[in-house]
Design a protein around this ligand. Structure first.
Ligand SMILES: Cc1ncc(COP(=O)(O)OP(=O)(O)O)c(N)n1
Ligand SMILES: Cc1ncsc1CCOP(=O)(O)O
Length: 525
């Protein structure tokens, strides 16, 4: 393997696409900046270039990669790799057979092979590939794939098989590809770790997350930080990495106000799918509309595949749990994972019954979530903590002695944003933890307040590619709480009944300036 060439480090693998490069840059500049941001290997992928143009581009790219000590592989074209003396090639199942590629390129060049199944992976390992690209992980607009995306659990199955196959020459490495970005990198790496001994993939391969970024250097830096976070710690106990420590509180408020304004603009209207409980369906649908979203309450398993490509986010609220509804949730969550659609899980009354606890545990095991939102009792039940107890859907007692530590720790365990609602709301992505001190006691007098908070989270976290889930969560919680404060101040609000209607009105009337000015935000870690 590349005995004389640069070291094979698959941590952050950039696959190029010249069609995505920003107008202000060349492809070579984009690659250069991406390497400065932390890309560890580059694959030049030119699907339509003439041979001469491909070779001349490869020469230019090679100057950049050689200077940085990063390997350059050529996609599909052994002839181009030979012509420029690149460090290797990446070949798919329909390209030149691995044995021929190895014979032509010799033992020292790097050869990567795309594999979609355990059988293909076994053949690649036995045939002497240096690494396998297991895919496709998630559906992606970058490439039309023939085989259905497998999601992280499918990728893990192939990876576990790869590790069992003896490699004739060198230890096999692996990455996955397809729909991967800074927001799902940690989940993908965590959930593709082997079940028995927790072995992680060697890295992640991306196209659009870096190639389509205005600033490829910072896009690569962000990806690299996420990958480091997932790689450097066991998936059960993560160190406190304070990624946002450089961000001022004001910048966080500004980011939340921007997400709010963008979501409310008529051009967006995120389609927010809810599988929620029968008590609150109508309130959640109206809350979603009032905050700029478009609700769809599709619950049958059979309709999830058709719906999935169109939806922006998914609320899974386990408030009322029929067997058919659970089947719908599982189908919807599986599709959401394949389409990289944000999932908000509302574990209503998590500790109330064994059945409920088991359903939630299985959903989290199989699909995870991007955000888990619950009151103190629900989070305690999920996290296995006895300090706070519940009665039905309500949390009882004075709460946790250190709520910030609880949400941060549970967030690190579940690898998602955790939101703990109450008089003060606590939010964490495991690295940064915030409190929001807005809201009004009248929220606790109506049913569905918490469920509407779940709706708000999903409405504002309408894309994993464009909204940081923690910022989206801060936006949703601030929006709901400020609407409650505004409603409670109105003269026509006399109690829970009038509050309920005014609450929806004020979600509708709230402006991004009000959100920015009135959000009482505190940074805890
Ligand atoms: C790292 C990595 N993994 C998979 C692919 C896909 O390769 P292939 O199946 O040959 O498809 P095309 O890239 O040729 O469209 C890849 N390029 N890189
Ligand atoms: C080349 C390739 N092979 C499988 S998916 C894919 C494209 C991945 O692109 P992106 O990282 O933009 O989703």
């Amino acid at each position: 393997m590349a005995a004389s060439g640069p070291k094979l480090d698959l941590t952050l693998y950039l696959v190029t696409d010249s069609g995505m490069v920003s107008e202000s840059k060349t492809l070579v500049q984009t690659i250069d900046e991406a390497i400065q941001g932390g890309v560890t290997i580059v694959q030049l992928r030119e699907k339509t270039a003439e041979t001469g143009d491909f070779i001349s581009l490869a020469h230019k790219v090679l100057q950049v990669t050689r200077r940085a000590g990063v390997p350059l592989l050529i996609n599909d074209r052994i002839d181009v790799a030979l012509a420029v003396d690149a460090d290797g090639v990446h070949i798919g199942q329909d390209d030149m057979p691995l044995a021929d590629a190895r014979r032509i390129l010799g033992p020292d060049k790097i050869i990567g092979v795309t594999v979609q199944s355990s059988e293909e992976a076994e053949a690649a390992v036995r045939g002497g590939a240096n690494y396998v690209g297991i895919g496709t992980c998630y559906a992606t607009p970058t490439k039309q794939v023939k085989v259905e995306p497998q999601g992280p659990s499918g990728i893990r199955g192939v990876w576990e098989h790869v590790l069992k196959v003896p490699s004739p020459t060198h230890p096999i490495r692996a990455v996955t590809i397809g729909g991967i970005n800074a927001y799902n990198a940690v989940h993908v790496l965590d959930s593709t770790r082997t079940q028995g001994n927790n072995i992680a993939l060697d890295g992640l391969a991306v196209v659009s997350a870096i190639m389509a970024a205005e600033d490829p250097r910072s896009a690569a830096q962000k990806m690299r930080a996420q990958i480091r976070f997932a790689m450097e710690s066991s998936w059960l106990v993560r160190p406190r990495v304070n990624l946002a420590s450089t961000q001022e509180l004001q910048a966080v408020r500004r980011a939340a106000a921007d997400v709010f304004a963008q979501t409310k603009s008529e051009s967006l209207t995120p389609l927010v799918q809810h599988i929620t409980n029968i008590v609150v369906v109508n309130d959640c649908a109206n809350a979603c509309l009032a905050m700029g979203g478009s609700p769809i309450m599709a619950t049958e398993a059979e309709e999830q595949r058709d719906l999935a490509p169109a939806i922006s986010s998914l609320v899974i609220n386990v408030g009322t749990l029929g067997k058919q509804q659970v089947a719908g949730m599982r189908a919807a969550m599986q599709q959401a994972r394949l389409h990289n659609t944000p999932i908000v899980l509302d574990p209503v009354a998590a500790g109330a019954t064994k059945y409920r606890a088991q359903v939630i545990a299985e959903l989290l095991r199989d699909f995870g979530a991007h955000v888990i939102k619950g009151n103190a009792g629900e989070i305690a039940a999920l996290a296995g903590l006895t300090e706070v107890r519940s009665r039905g859907v309500d949390s009882v007692g004075s709460g946790f002695s250190d709520p910030a530590a609880v949400v941060a720790e549970y967030s690190r365990r579940q690898r998602c944003v955790v939101v703990m609602t109450g008089a003060i709301d606590y939010l964490s992505d495991g690295r940064s933890t915030f409190a929001i001190r807005n809201g009004h006691p009248l929220q606790a007098t109506i049913t569905g307040s918490g469920c509407m908070a779940g709706t708000a989270l999903a409405t504002f976290i309408h894309s994993m590619a464009h909204v940081d889930p923690l910022i989206g969560a801060l936006t949703g919680i601030a929006a709901i709480n400020l609407a409650a404060e505004h409603a409670a101040r109105r003269n026509d609000v006399k109690g829970p009944g009038t509050f309920r209607a005014a609450f929806i009105d004020e979600m509708y009337n709230l402006s991004s300036e009000q959100l920015y000015d009135e959000m009482v935000l505190e940074r805890l870690a």
